[in-house]
Design a binder for this molecule. Structure first.
Ligand code: ZN
Length: 192
């Protein structure tokens, strides 16, 4: 029997990642208003998908969900933030190599703040705050950009951006809407 408004359990799953060119990636995401089971499932899906793809971060629009949520996995620490508000700490910036799971196979140097603090909420609706430097700071800025519909290629200087966009027209995945990440097999080396 079907009940109006009933929700059915859906297992957490690795979810297809949208590729550069999908309009969801250039559309600002909406704030989360309901801290419910669906949000917790979204955080789990993001975390699973990020791990399967070997990523340092993943934002909800990258799996086709226009909500302000992202996850990260940096230096062995997994985290997530809902409705984040990011503030640079100090003036220091750093040019460093950056990539994006929605632009696989490409890396370009991108200038980011070296230290940031991000405040927001966890999936249970409790206030959450994370301070990050270097790679974590870069991941937080990159993922927050996704929530504003901004891709890291848009942060490159005009000439580098133009070259990047030209290169992307020849990506082997150009025109493909999404891909399902498959974890790298773990290669066991015999001790002899
Ligand atoms: Zn990205």
């Amino acid at each position: 029997m079907w009940l109006a408004g009933a929700t059915y359990d859906r297992p957490v799953s690795v979810t297809p990642i949208r590729l550069f060119g999908d309009p969801v990636l250039t559309t600002p995401a909406a704030p989360v208003t309901d801290f419910d089971a669906e949000l917790r499932r979204l955080v789990s899906d993001l975390t699973e998908t990020m791990h399967a793809a070997g990523g340092a971060g993943l934002a909800a629009p990258q799996i086709g969900v226009g909500l302000r949520v992202f996850t990260w996995f940096v230096d062995g620490e997994v985290g997530h933030l809902v409705n984040p508000d990011v503030t640079p700490v100090g003036e220091e910036t750093e040019d460093g190599p950056e990539g994006c799971l929605s632009i696989p196979g490409y890396r370009w140097d991108c200038r980011r703040h070296l230290h940031v603090v991000a405040s927001g909420w966890n999936m249970h609706g409790d206030p959450a705050r994370v301070e990050g430097s270097e790679l974590l700071a870069r991941a937080i800025q990159h993922e927050t950009d996704h929530l504003d519909g901004v891709l890291f290629v848009d942060r490159l200087d005009p000439q580098a951006r133009a070259e990047a966009l030209t290169a992307l027209t020849e990506a082997e995945w150009a025109g493909v809407p999404a891909y399902l990440p498959v974890p790298e097999p773990v290669v066991k080396v015999s001790p002899h």
